[in-house]
Write a protein that binds this ligand. Structure first.
Ligand code: OSB
Ligand code: MG
Length: 357
């Protein structure tokens, strides 16, 4: 990574992701990315659990199968509960293989209609407010129209105040990754954020604490956004019924693939929830899937699909994902829309497993 990233729970400078390559009988291939963090702090999965689940439970269920649509293929591992990051990589590989075989871009295969998507950037917690302002300035200079700031107890009102006063017109939102307790005191503190005209307050409380999110949404004008709380469309329906948030961050990884991500997009529209596409610092393969998903009509807010260069010294696809003033073009070539740099992957590979029919 070109810059270390710190959330309320952890700090990272280097990532190991699992890349899934599905090959069909004709030799055509599709790629997907399992973008799980290595430690179970965002969610319960880790790189190691994903490796296990993919190798022992997901891939054996799909190799050798005949299938005519990615949504049908995933039914073959339908008995597997949870483990959404692992499933997401296999699901995305099936989608890119299928879109390529149909001769259509992944975005069109998913029902996407936009030719370009608006990217925002996500900025980690910095050692000082000056360092944060520096990071914000760098991204604003690069043309990004929205920044999201990671917050945590002790790093909230003051950094937000500083960014707002230095950038009065910038679209800003905050993300706590569940770091706050859901009591009255925390709700009162977070109410203080209403003064800064934020786009949203993302996931302030623990994933299962939908009641606290609903209490906060009643107390603030700023929209509350759910991330970790929504792993399934059922979670989304419960959250909507409780009024736990007006915005949904849809992540391919967290939902378990592109199929459930599209379903969440459709369900959110029923409830009038605004959606945007979040990320897990995906390498190019997962990033390409995020860009394709973001082209669906309901993605009206800027998505965390910023350019490869914001994250990495070098990406696993060629060309890399680029942004021009925060605008990312949606590829119009069949399948993934980017060439996978297999030589670069091979040079950096730490382990490989092959699952055959
Ligand atoms: O909550 O959105 C999050 C990264 C790791 C863990 C959790 C989150 C994030 C991000 C990354 O914010 C956003 C991106 O990929 O640009
Ligand atoms: Mg988040």
């Amino acid at each position: 990574m070109v810059h270390a990233f710190q959330t309320s729970s952890h700090r990272k400078k280097h990532l190991d992701h699992i890349l899934v390559r599905l090959v069909d009988a004709s030799g055509a291939e599709g790629w997907g990315e399992i973008a799980s963090p290595s430690a179970p702090y965002y969610g319960a999965e880790t790189t190691a659990t994903c490796w296990h689940i993919a190798e022992e439970h997901l891939l054996p269920a799909v190799v050798g199968a005949e299938w005519d649509h990615p949504a049908r293929l995933r039914e073959r591992w339908g008995k597997v509960r949870g483990n959404h990051f692992a499933a997401a990589g296999v699901d995305a590989a099936a989608w890119t293989l299928w879109a390529g075989a149909q001769g259509v871009p992944l975005a069109a295969a998913l029902g996407g209609t936009r030719t370009e998507v608006v990217a925002g950037v996500s900025l980690g917690i910095e050692p000082t407010i000056d360092a944060l302002l520096d990071q914000v300035r760098r991204q604003v200079d690069a043309g990004y129209p929205r920044v999201k700031l990671k917050i945590a107890p002790g790093w909230d009102i003051e950094p937000v105040r500083a960014v707002r006063s230095a950038f009065p017109d910038l679209a800003v939102h905050v993300d706590a990754n569940g770091a706050y307790g859901g009591g009255d005191e925390e709700i009162a503190l977070l109410r203080g954020l209403d003064a800064f005209g934020l786009l949203m307050i993302e996931q302030p409380f623990a994933p299962r604490d939908l009641l606290a999110h609903a209490a906060l949404q009643r107390a603030v004008d700023t929209p509350v956004c759910l991330d970790e709380s929504v792993e399934t469309v059922h979670d989304l329906r419960t959250a909507a019924a409780l009024g736990a948030g007006r915005v949904l961050n849809i992540k391919v990884s967290r939902m378990g693939g592109l199929t459930p991500a599209v379903a969440a997009h459709d369900a959110a529209a029923e409830y009038g929830m605004a959606v945007w596409c979040g990320g897990m610092h995906e390498f190019g393969i997962g990033r390409a899937a995020n860009v394709a998903l973001s082209s669906l009509p309901g993605f009206t807010l800027p998505s965390d699909v910023s350019a490869s260069a914001k994250y990495y010294a070098r990406d696993v696809i060629a060309p890399e994902v680029v942004a021009d003033k925060g605008i990312v073009a949606v590829p119009d070539t069949p399948g993934l829309g980017f060439a996978v740099d297999t030589a670069f992957i091979a040079e950096n590979r730490r382990a490989e497993a092959v699952v055959r029919a």
